[in-house]
Design a protein around this ligand. Structure first.
Ligand code: WTA
Length: 662
């Protein structure tokens, strides 16, 4: 952990408070502070009783559980562990024979504006058909599938079909490189890959299948038996006879029900890779029942989703937000949702607002980085300003992925929510499975920039280095004191790393989130950002070490150090300090090498990991013991004056070199 807790200072001084809106409070699932307090109290008095009640009320079990929480192997907690169910049955079959059966499940809008709709019944049929097809190919419970698909109904079908058979999926975001796919393929030992020929984004086609072909050709993927390809564009693809199959051919002749395979509550539902402070991305493993319970409950509690709502989460299914708040939570809750293939700026920066208007979206969930870029766009192109659109259908708007600064919050509140929609600033992580700290629309007075209060049953705290609670107004480490059903179960294949990372001994058995935070005198949480070497660029998590390893794997690079710098649009920007094996480049040559390195990182990890700024030096600032002085590099990256004593540096003049942008 990089910062001492006393170093975490609040940059936010915010006094505005917005009480809940009466109309929303009146009809909310959790209505009024008293109702919230009652749930919090119920959870505190008897957590097992509380979670047991919710798991019975909100999930359909094929074998009921008798034990709620099993702490015998803590921190490897188990929930409802003698119960059995199927997650796909809890998202689809449960709606058959109810009014939800013929309700629209997904309104899918393509990049170029075509609209496709499926009802819950149709989605069920399609999932069964594909699951039957996979079954016919011999896939079964416990097999792992890598899914590398664009935003599409097919992505939902693929994920749901896997879990219907008890398979474990690992979705790789379409922006990741073949190298990243390869790492995940090998790590999970996948026998199946589901991908598409190409994807469409912002009017352009981007090939997907070649990255899969290249990943498999890298070697070590003997377990892969099939690559199933969804034909999205009809673009040219290379075909490997015997291994590659079209998704529509796999479905051919497979219509009819597919019995959902009951699995133990703790059966892994999926593995999703995310960046940590050290080493390669880690495979966060989630369990079936606890995860689904929280996914569906938070859709009902936090988003207050109702029968009549049209819900839209703009995340990609390649991230946890897309898993929990597109593929699992909303379907389990029976909500009608919009799903979007494209980007917020195509054909122009009014796309989100136009889609809210067209589909009469009432619950809208996006990321601060999108909001910030649309603020800029609206200034530059007034015709794309949200005020130009009818956004009257909106009733709740949300934000996720990074701190939302009060300015962006106020703009979102005024220009999008028209001062009548509560903003849910939801704090959570890949590891937490679902929302942890968030306002409730019918309960919580809002303060711009604060994610406010924990959900009932979630015991959040801020502690110092010894795991002791800090006073309000003092910064510290954000922890969760009690286990909760949707928590990460382990890191796939690396239980030791799981323990070390999330339950370090000094934290007294609390879950360590890796964020710094503080609480104000009302008990509201203010998140200050990561305290480890994880960067948050446009809401995407990237480890500095991951990017450094990618850079040093280039033949020209001797050494590299990566830090974050605050950025108006992307939250944080990546700055890389690079020492080459050759002499210091200058002018055009430096620019050429910088470009080559950026492209290299895009190829090694993905375009989202490209450094915004690359600085060359003959060395990096190091202590006498050879440790890179990252704090100094952060100062340099931000253009801050160096106040620290630098006399111990091997070569203080390198700071001048490193201050020069290419
Ligand atoms: C950050 C995304 C401030 C935080 C769901 C966390 C936030 C990391 C917020 C997890 C928020 C997420 N306010 N910071 N509302 N939401 N974060 O795993 O640093 O991609 O640790 O999960 O994003 O990112 P992840």
């Amino acid at each position: 952990m990089r910062m001492a807790s006393t170093d975490i200072k609040s940059v936010l001084v915010e006094n505005r408070v917005f009480p809940p809106f009466a109309d929303i409070e009146k009809n909310a699932t959790i209505s009024g502070m008293q109702a919230y307090d009652d749930l919090v109290k119920e959870a505190q008095q008897d957590p097992n009783e509380f979670w047991g009640r919710l798991a019975k009320e909100h999930l359909n079990w094929t074998t009921p559980f008798t034990q709620v929480l099993d702490e015998s192997e803590a921190p490897f907690y188990k929930w409802f562990s003698d119960g059995e169910l199927n997650v796909s049955a809890n998202c689809l079959d449960r709606h058959l024979g109810t009014p939800t059966e013929n309700k629209t499940a997904i309104i899918f809008e393509t990049d170029d504006g075509k609209v496709l709709r499926v009802t819950y019944r149709e989605l069920y049929d399609r999932v069964c058909e594909f699951a039957n097809g996979l079954k016919a190919l011999g896939y079964k419970k416990g097999d792992r599938a890598i899914i590398y698909l664009p935003m599409s109904i097919e992505a939902v079908v693929a994920m749901q079909a896997c879990v219907r058979l008890g398979m474990i999926h690992s979705v790789v975001f379409g922006g990741f490189s073949s190298k990243s796919i390869h790492e995940r393929l090998v790590d999970v030992g996948a026998s199946l890959v589901i991908t598409a020929d190409e994807q469409m984004r912002g009017g352009k086609t981007i090939a997907l299948k070649p990255a899969v072909d290249e990943a498999i050709a890298t070697g070590g993927c003997q377990a892969v038996r099939h690559v199933v390809v969804y034909r999205r564009t009809g673009g040219n693809v290379q075909w490997h006879e015997g291994r590659d199959l079209w998704m529509h051919d796999v479905c051919q002749g497979q219509a009819g029900p597919c019995e959902p395979v009951p699995v133990n509550a703790e059966h892994p539902l999926f593995i999703l890779y995310t960046s940590g402070s050290t080493g390669k991305p880690k495979g966060v493993q989630h369990a079936s029942a606890g995860y689904l319970l929280w996914a569906s409950l938070t859709v009902k509690w936090a988003f207050d989703a109702k029968e009549s709502d049209v819900y839209w989460c703009t995340a990609d299914v390649g991230w946890i937000t897309g898993h929990t708040y597109i593929v699992y939570g909303p379907l389990a809750a029976g909500v009608t949702q919009v799903m979007f293939e494209g980007v917020p700026t195509y054909p122009n920066a009014g796309r989100f607002w136009e889609m809210i208007q067209r589909h009469e979206v009432s619950i809208f969930y996006t990321a601060p980085t999108a909001i910030r870029s649309l603020i800029k766009a609206a200034e530059a192109q007034p015709e794309c300003h949200p005020r130009k659109y009818d956004l009257n259908s909106l009733r709740i708007i949300g934000s996720v992925g990074e701190p939302i600064n009060p300015e962006a919050w106020m703009w979102y509140f005024k220009e999008v929510g028209r001062e009548r929609c509560p903003i849910l600033d939801t704090w959570w992580q890949t590891e937490t499975g679902g929302h942890m700290i968030t306002p409730l629309p019918g309960v919580t007075p809002l303060k711009p920039g604060s994610c406010t209060l924990p959900l009932p049953g979630i015991e959040m705290a801020i502690v110092d280095e010894t795991g002791t609670d800090v006073k309000s107004g003092t910064g510290g480490f954000l922890v969760v004191k009690r286990p909760w059903p949707a928590m990460i179960r382990t890191i796939w294949g690396d239980p030791e790393r799981f323990k070390k990372n999330y339950f370090p001994p000094e934290m007294k058995g609390y879950y360590l989130a890796g964020d710094g935070a503080q609480r104000d005198t009302d008990g509201y949480f203010w998140i200050m950002g990561r305290v480890d070497d994880v960067l948050n660029v446009s809401g995407h998590r990237l480890g500095t070490m991951e990017i450094e390893s990618a850079l040093v794997s280039h033949s020209l690079v001797a050494e590299a150090a990566v830090v974050g710098r605050p950025d108006d649009t992307t939250g944080e920007a990546i700055v890389a300090f690079v020492v080459l094996k050759r002499s210091l480049p200058e002018g055009d040559e430096a620019a050429k090498i910088a470009k080559e390195l950026r492209d290299w990182v895009a190829k090694e990890i993905g375009p989202i990991a490209k450094p915004k700024d690359i600085r060359f030096g003959e060395n990096l600032p190091k202590t006498r013991s050879g440790k890179i002085m990252r704090r100094l590099l952060r100062n340099v990256a931000r253009g801050e004056e160096i106040t620290q004593d630098v006399s111990t540096l091997e070569n203080p003049t390198i700071l001048d070199q490193l201050s020069q942008s290419v």
